[in-house]
Design a protein around this ligand. Structure first.
Ligand code: PLP
Length: 305
C-alpha cells in the first residue's frame, strides 16, 4: 500500500485483496463457505439452508456457490417478502435460491436446537449452515489466509473487520505467537463478540495475540454517517482499492486513525484483510444511501435473464 502517512510513520502495509478471489464469491464468504460446501458434498446433502438479512453478503455468496456446485439453496431471510426484489435477493433468486421470509422474533430462534430440528424436518436433505457461515468448519477455510500470507510477507499485525466473529476466529486459530490480530467491530457491542470468538476457539491451541476495537462502528451495524462515507471515499480514491461502507470502509477508517495515534511501532509490518462484500453496494445504491457514481457498484440482474 502506498500512502504518504505510511512513510511518515515508518510502517509497511499490505492489503490482502480477498475481494479479488472471484467477481461474485469472494472475500471471507469464499473462505468460510468453501469448507462448509465441501462437507455438504461429502455428507451427500443436496440442499443447503442458511440465514441472513435482506442485504446479506453471505446469502448472495451462498446462492451463487450453490448454483455453481449443483446444490439447492434456501435462504431464511429476516424481513418482509417485499425485499425479494432488492439487489442482493434478486441475484440470489436468479441463482435459484428459494427464499423463506421470517419475522424478527422467528429469526432470533436461528441458533436454537428445537427450531433447527423443525427446519431439518422441513428440509430433510439439507445441511443447515449458521448465519454468516461462521462455524468451526469455516475456521479452517479462513485459516488458509494465514498460510498464504506466511508465504508472502513476514507480518506483525493483521487487521480485519468483525461482524459475527467467524473470520477473526479463523485467523487467530491459524496465526502464530508473534502475530497480533486486530479486529474492527462493525457493530456496537460490549463483550458479546469476544465471547462469540472464544466460543469458536474453544478447541484451539493458538497462542496468537488478539484484540477487538469497538470505536469504529460508525453508528452501528449497517450504519454510517455522511462524514464516514466521505472519509471512505477519500481512502478508496487515494489507494485505488474499492471499498464498501459496511465492513472494509470501517476497517480502513480504523486503520488510518490507529496509525495517526501511533498504535503501531516504527518498522511494523501490517496487513489489512479486504474481506470483499462489494455486492452490498448494489443495495445501498438502490436505496439511494450512496451515490452510485462514486463507488464500484456491481450490475443488477437484467429482467428475463
Ligand atoms: C464483507 C464482509 N466482511 C467482514 C465480515 C465480518 O465477518 P465475520 O462475520 O466472520 O466476523 C462480513 C460478514 O460476515 C462480511 O460480509
Amino acid at each position: 500500500m502506498k500512502h504518504p502517512l505510511l512513510a511518515q510513520k515508518q510502517v509497511n502495509v499490505w492489503v490482502k485483496r480477498d475481494d479479488l478471489i472471484h467477481p461474485i464469491i469472494s472475500g471471507n464468504k469464499w473462505r468460510k463457505l468453501s469448507a462448509n460446501l465441501k462437507a455438504c458434498k461429502n455428507e451427500g446433502a443436496t440442499q443447503v439452508v442458511s440465514f441472513g438479512g435482506a442485504f446479506s453478503n453471505h446469502i448472495h455468496a451462498l446462492a451463487f456457490a450453490g448454483y455453481t456446485m449443483g446444490l439447492d439453496t434456501v435462504g431464511i431471510i429476516r424481513g418482509e417478502p417485499e425485499y425479494a426484489s432488492n439487489f442482493t435477493l434478486s441475484w440470489a433468486r436468479y441463482w435459484g435460491m428459494k427464499l423463506k421470509f421470517v419475522d424478527r422474533s422467528t429469526y432470533r430462534l436461528r441458533e436454537q436446537s428445537e427450531f433447527l430440528q423443525q427446519l431439518q424436518q422441513e428440509f430433510p436433505s439439507a445441511k443447515i449452515i449458521p448465519e454468516g457461515g461462521s462455524n468451526k468448519l469455516a475456521l479452517n477455510g479462513v485459516g488458509e489466509i494465514i498460510s498464504e500470507l506466511q508465504k508472502q510477507t513476514d507480518f506483525d499485525y493483521l487487521l480485519c473487520p468483525v461482524g459475527s466473529g467467524g473470520t477473526i476466529a479463523g485467523l487467530i486459530n491459524a496465526a502464530d505467537q508473534q502475530h497480533k490480530i486486530f479486529g474492527i467491530s462493525v457493530l456496537k457491542q460490549d463483550g458479546y463478540l469476544e465471547q462469540q470468538i472464544q466460543r469458536l476457539l474453544v478447541d484451539s491451541t493458538s497462542c496468537a495475540q488478539w484484540q477487538l476495537f469497538n470505536q469504529y462502528h460508525c453508528g452501528g451495524y449497517g450504519k454510517f454517517k455522511d462524514i464516514d462515507l466521505q472519509q471512505m471515499l477519500e481512502i478508496q480514491n487515494a489507494l485505488n482499492i474499492p471499498l464498501e461502507p459496511m465492513y472494509c470502509g470501517k476497517l480502513f477508517i480504523a486503520f488510518f486513525d490507529m496509525l495517526k495515534r501511533d498504535c503501531f511501532p516504527k518498522g511494523s509490518n501490517i496487513v489489512l484483510l479486504h474481506t470483499g462484500g462489494l455486492q452490498g453496494l448494489g443495495g445501498l445504491a438502490q436505496r439511494r444511501l450512496i451515490k452510485e457514481e462514486q463507488w464500484h457498484v456491481p450490475a443488477f440482474p437484467k429482467t428475463g435473464q
